[in-house]
Design a protein around this ligand. Structure first.
Ligand code: SAH
Length: 440
């Protein structure tokens, strides 16, 4: 398919979705009498209540009738081992196995983690004889760029990568004043099946390896160093003082906590000082989860001050059961308790993500209920990040009206909960939250 064909296809999908969803919502609101759930105060103004199931979305279920969730990946094959899969000590071991001095491990690590290169031509500190073989052994090609789409005057770039087995994943690079954020994928597809998320609708293919996760950052750093991200101060000058990715969000494809071991190894390597890793600040790494409670508690017990985000999207189980299928395992209160425990254990304020979906979860009483549930657990431990829903192909829902969004934010703020509306980037290139579907 010629480059650009998909781009046009996505744009046309985007254009058809918006009118379709507004039409759908209004049909439902007039056809279905308002059924505010029990938690709504009796004097609440009448508001339509739409639900995924009522709008024709069918929850995939197991033979026992439980919501279908894929915690295990159907494909277990992993790419060949790459230098970034190994700790520095393991790299040194590997070199000894190859009959080479251990100090080569550091040299190779500098090339990869500091110069972002795997090109043997540029590794003049390594003996010419055997250099290519060594590079082949330690740097198997993990990510092949298939497509690059830019928007925001070049400040936002979405990359589509092909992995060794043909799987496709995406990452999104965003320049903000004072920081550069990369949204990374952690799985090929996702098994959590959330109806409003393009990735969730595609199902899970496999977990990404530690090095596949890290290589997204290294490749992005190379693009930045070469001046490929809009507004660069200047291209890298001999690797000195070059700009690079400062913040990582695990908000690309996949549920990071369902690929716990590999994601944690990747996080440790991001935070490890160069040349063992990228020398990033753990605080600038955000792990976002749909709410896998045991894994959240495990994360809290790791000695790693990453930023934690919980995708809540509804404060009541009645709606969250539909909206986030994993709620069939761990309920709203259990997920919030785990988030609170994360704060208690690490001292790090946590984020609650809340995609605002028109007439579904944006009711004022839900803002109040959310504030109550957060305040019940304590003060100053949490902030809320509402995200206007981004349209996804085939989905019938739209984002909340601006006035409704404002009221939702205002109610939380008035209850003392710091609340900031997320500025979503990359909608025009299907690169915003929930839009990553990795089609060629
Ligand atoms: N699986 C993880 C991370 C991936 S998604 C998680 O669920 O947290 C990152 C964020 O984007 C999540 O909060 C997710 O719920 C949200 N999201 C998904 N689809 C969206 C959409 N269509 N519009 C806005 N946000 C969406």
């Amino acid at each position: 398919m010629p480059p650009g064909a998909v781009e046009r296809e996505n744009f046309s999908l985007y254009e058809t979705i918006v009118p379709m969803s507004s039409h759908k919502s209004s049909t439902v609101s007039s056809a279905v009498p308002s059924t505010a759930p029990a938690a709504a105060p009796s004097d609440a103004p009448v508001r339509p209540q739409v639900r995924p199931a009522a709008e024709g979305w069918q929850q995939a279920v197991t033979t026992e009738g439980r919501p279908l969730l894929q915690f295990k990946s159907p494909r277990v094959t992993q790419p060949p081992v790459h230098l970034a899969d190994l700790s520095l000590a393991e790299r040194q071991e590997k070199l000894k196995e190859l009959g080479l001095p251990a100090f080569r491990a550091k040299q190779l690590s500098v090339h990869y983690f500091q110069h972002y290169t795997t090109d043997p031509e540029r590794m003049s500190d390594l003996p010419k004889a055997g250099r290519e073989e060594l590079v082949d052994a330690l740097f198997p090609k993990l990510l092949t760029e298939v497509k690059r789409l830019a928007t925001d005057k070049g400040d936002t770039i979405k990359f589509l990568w092909r992995l060794f087995d043909g799987s496709l994943v995406e990452s999104v690079l965003m320049r903000y004043p004072g920081r550069i954020t990369l949204c990374v994928s952690s799985q090929c597809g996702c098994g959590m099946n959330c109806p409003f998320c393009a990735t969730g609708q595609a199902g899970l293919t496999r977990n990404m390896s530690t090095a596949e996760i890290l290589d997204q950052i290294v490749q992005a750093n190379r693009v930045i160093a070469e001046g490929g991200l809009g507004g660069s101060r200047r291209p890298a000058e001999a690797g000195q003082d070059a700009e690079r990715v400062t913040n990582i969000v695990f908000m690309g494809m996949g549920e990071p906590l369902a690929n716990y071991k590999r994601v944690m190894a990747a996080v440790r390597r991001m935070a490890a000082p160069a040349p063992e890793g990228l020398g990033m600040s753990a605080r600038n790494i955000t792990v976002s989860t749909v709410g896998l409670v045991p894994a959240i508690n495990k994360l809290a017990a790791e000695d790693l001050p990453v930023t934690f985000a919980l995708s809540l999207h509804a404060p009541d189980d009645e709606l969250r059961d539909d909206l986030i299928p994993v709620n069939s395992r761990w309920k709203v209160d259990e997920a919030l308790d785990a988030a609170y425990n994360y704060y208690r254990t690490t001292g790090r304020r946590v984020s609650i993500e809340y995609a605002l979906i028109k007439d579904m979860n944006d009711h004022p009483w839900r803002a109040d209920l959310l504030a109550r549930k957060l305040n019940q657990r304590g003060r100053g431990w949490v902030h809320v990040n509402p995200i206007p829903l981004n349209p996804t192909p085939g989905s019938i829902w739209t984002s909340s009206e601006p006035a409704v969004t404002r009221e939702f934010v205002d109610r939380l703020s008035a209850a003392g909960i710091p609340t900031t509306l997320r500025d979503t980037r990359g909608k025009e290139i299907d690169g915003a939250c929930g839009q990553l579907a990795a089609a060629e």
